[in-house]
Write a protein that binds this ligand. Sequence first.
Ligand code: HEM
Ligand code: HEM
Length: 254
Amino acid sequence: MPNTDAHPPSRAPHNAVGSVDAWDAPTRIFHWLLVILVAAAWGSYQFSETLGDPVLKWHRWTGLLILTLLVWRLLWGFFGSSTSRFTNFVPSPNRLISYASALPSGTEPKYLGHNPLGTVMVLTLLTLLLTQATLGLFTVEHNDLTAGPLYRFLSEEGRKVATRWHRYLFETITLWLIGIHVVVNVFYAVFRREPLIKAMIVGRKPAIAYTDAVSLGTIGRPMLRAVLLLAASALIVFGGIWAVGGKFLQMRLW
Ligand code: HEM
Ligand code: HEM
């Protein structure tokens, strides 16, 4: 039992004094890998000339890796540990409203997994990045030097639309939301003394009473399961593109 006076969550496992498991290792690795790869995708486009990479080889490979990670996260939302499962964190409108209205007074309930507002942001970010990476498959570089592996499957007009949205979405919407996401997490750490960022690093949160109080210990061998799901995700993305005749090494268009 944890050495704490606070009410421990009813079913959360207590492996260390005063703290409980919140995020499994695969979810945390996913998050920080996603951060690195999104920065790499952005940087490899912005600095493609400095990198001597006019055909965006690095950008396209990082984009494909992001797509694979996102497919993995979708699967993990069904087969992963409890706090990562969509069924355990997608809130009802009532929960969302009551959480948001309690926030200004600091009386909001505490969540072991994503809180309802966090869930909205997380699902929005996942959807935007998934859309971004999928559009990338059909995007044509502005000098017609290179393109995503499936560009031939769209008409001239379709490619233009995909490329326009691929350009527009990230810098006009997603990047700003990522900024808000980071600021909000810092806000929770500084003004609410809720160590959400630390929990996304070490996987544990203080042992207090959590509204969602779901136990993490619901699946065995999470790393093995995660690796198998990663293999399945890679098969879906790379195998799928290959199966329909996509060209990964598309260097010159015509
Ligand atoms: C490219 C930048 C980033 C992206 C795309 C991103 C995306 C995400 C996503 C998709 C999740 C949900 C995790 C899951 O359930 O699988 C998440 C959660 C989280 N992220 Fe980020 N993130 C980014 C940067 C950061 C940074 C820099 C920080 C730290 C300052 C951070 C802190 C967190 C925290 C604490 C959570 C858990 C929030 C909660 O407890 O509800 N993120 N992020
Ligand atoms: C979530 C993953 C991705 C992100 C965040 C991302 C981000 C970006 C950004 C910011 C640009 C520059 C837009 C501009 O300002 O002109 C861009 C361009 C481009 N991306 Fe992606 N991308 C992703 C995935 C992909 C994928 C999977 C592919 C193809 C395999 C791809 C292919 C391209 C191409 C060909 C361009 C050049 C478009 C142009 O020159 O107008 N991207 N991407």
